[in-house]
Write a protein that binds this ligand. Structure first.
Ligand SMILES: Cc1cc2nc3c(=O)[nH]c(=O)nc-3n(C[C@H](O)[C@H](O)[C@H](O)COP(=O)(O)OP(=O)(O)OC[C@H]3O[C@@H](n4cnc5c(N)ncnc54)[C@H](O)[C@@H]3O)c2cc1C
Length: 452
């Protein structure tokens, strides 16, 4: 059997694995990344759609100015400038009766940022808006340190109701944030994740709430550049290499299905929990994380013969589709038509539907929200389903998320689902990758020679 030696082996080539590998390579470690698929990127990648003659993301991804670890990663690999941020936290909404409104929160200290934003947000009474002061008071009490553990026993809905936030304010302000960041509906999602997001986004640094979009396909944003970064520093990125077991007696060892054996000083798993559970693992690594469940996201891409809205994105209210992204604006594409990327998060009720049913559903929602859509011709459409888009952050799930260190001092866990203090997002994935790299930097590492 071919044996390859390295300093560190990283399992999984998504945001967590690649951020970890590049951080280690930056510190001089020779790293091998093992990715089972033929391409890198995990749950955030793009591909060429030959029918549409277009780059298509596996699902539209939104970034935030408070994604500090992600921006550090992109800076490292030289693609930080491929994320474009809005000036303010500005989101245009259209509701199911065609009414338009705008949430525009200036980069002011809390709670004035939110207060200014909802002052102009339509469909709310002053009584609805006044509820925000109670939320502000709650965050003043819980501004720093760990958030109260009981939040993970409450749903978003129960927490916001308990804080006197009216249903209208919830529908217009908190639900789009909750469903977008947590990938579950407010009745199902734990309040802890929403409190983490609100504290970071609105009650932290002014400006943290600015929205960012990638101006290129997701793979171009990070996958190729991260690979080049690792390989330029003596490492290797092996695709089509499914790891099957990890052992840690003496040194650490990873066996793969078809790519041989890899020996190293340390191993980082940056796999999702179900993939990790299917490996042969060192004793004591298995844990309650085995019980984490998943939530789906459905994406629908439409190519229209004319534009139906302007600006980068539109939040849809009172519909099954949550967001419409205008790829012409995001990717600076010219031409008469419009390429839209639509997102249904927490899509348990939809993921089993056929592509045609999903196309009909999305078309119906757009027609209700955007009168212009009824005049447009759909030239092409595609559907991308991600049944295991993120872990499902239901109450009690946070307690199941493991830390980065394991019972074995040579084996570490990364991934958006680990205990990062954030919902399972890109930022959580990258924060976990960087944390594992920092833990490994403390290990005495014998420099290995990369040889097969
Ligand atoms: C449609 C969609 C939309 C999203 N929107 C957003 C958004 O707007 N903003 C946001 O912040 N987040 C969003 N997310 C979440 C974000 O994509 C994830 O949090 C992030 O990509 C997870 O990265 P990761 O590296 O932890 O895991 P993954 O990307 O899942 O990487 C794990 C890798 O391990 C590989 N692997 C599995 N088993 C093995 C094995 N045995 N051996 C070797 N390799 C293996 C997999 O192929 C995969 O490449 C979205 C997710 C989806 C699916």
């Amino acid at each position: 059997m071919a044996v390859t030696r390295a300093d560190v082996v990283v399992l999984g080539g998504g945001f967590a694995g690649l951020s970890c590998a590049t951080a280690l390579a930056e510190r001089g470690a020779r790293v091998v990344v093992l990715e089972k698929k033929p391409h890198l990127g995990g749950r955030a990648y793009s591909f060429h759609d030959p029918r549409a003659q277009e780059t298509v993301d596996n699902g539209q991804h939104l970034f935030m100015a408070c994604y500090r670890e992600t921006l550090r990663f992109l800076e490292r690999i030289g693609t930080r400038d491929k994320i474009r941020f809005s000036e303010n936290a500005r989101v245009a909404y259209a509701d199911a009766s065609g009414r338009r409104t705008l949430l525009d929160c200036p980069a002011w200290p809390a709670p004035f940022n939110l207060a200014a934003g909802v002052a102009r947000l339509g469909g709310l009474s002053w009584g609805d808006r006044f509820g925000l002061w109670r939320l502000g008071a709650w965050f003043r009490q819980n501004g720093a340190g760990p958030l109260p553990a009981e939040l993970d026993r409450l749903s978003v809905r129960a927490w916001l109701d308990g804080l006197g936030q009216s249903r209208r304010l919830q529908e217009r302000l908190f639900e789009p944030i909750a469903i977008g960041a947590l990938n579950e509906r407010p009745e199902r999602a734990s309040a802890l994740g929403l409190a983490q997001v609100l504290r970071e986004v609105f009650f932290g640094d002014p400006g943290a709430s600015r929205l960012g979009v990638a101006t290129v396909g997701l793979s171009e944003l990070y996958a190729g550049q991260a690979r080049a970064f690792v390989e330029a520093r003596g490492g290797r990125v092996v695709t089509g290499a499914r790891s099957t077991s990890v052992s840690v007696d003496g040194g650490a060892r990873v066996d793969t299905e078809r790519s041989g054996r890899f020996e190293a000083e340390a191993v980082v798993s940056a796999l999702p929990p179900n993939a990790l559970a299917s490996l042969e693992l060192p004793p004591g690594v298995r844990g309650r994380w085995d019980g984490l469940a998943f939530a789906p996201i459905v994406g629908i891409n439409l190519w229209l013969d004319r534009p139906v809205f302007e600006g980068p994105l539109l939040g849809l209210l009172g519909t099954e589709v949550h967001w419409a992204f205008n790829k012409n604006d995001l990717w600076d594409k010219r031409g008469d038509g419009q390429y839209l990327s639509l997102v249904i998060s927490g899509a348990h009720a939809h993921v089993e539907k056929s592509p045609s049913e999903l196309f009909e559903l999305a078309s119906g929602d757009l027609a209700r929200c955007l009168p212009e859509f009824s005049r447009a011709r759909v030239l092409r459409w595609t559907v991308v389903k991600e049944p295991q888009a993120t872990i499902s952050p239901v109450p009690g799930s946070d307690a199941l998320r493991p830390g980065f260190a394991t019972a074995s001092p040579r084996f570490f866990l990364a991934g958006d689902w680990t205990q990062t203090g954030l919902p399972a997002t890109i930022e959580s994935a990258v924060a976990s990758g960087h944390s594992c790299a920092a833990l490994i930097a403390h290990l005495e590492m014998k420099k290995a020679t990369l040889e097969s």
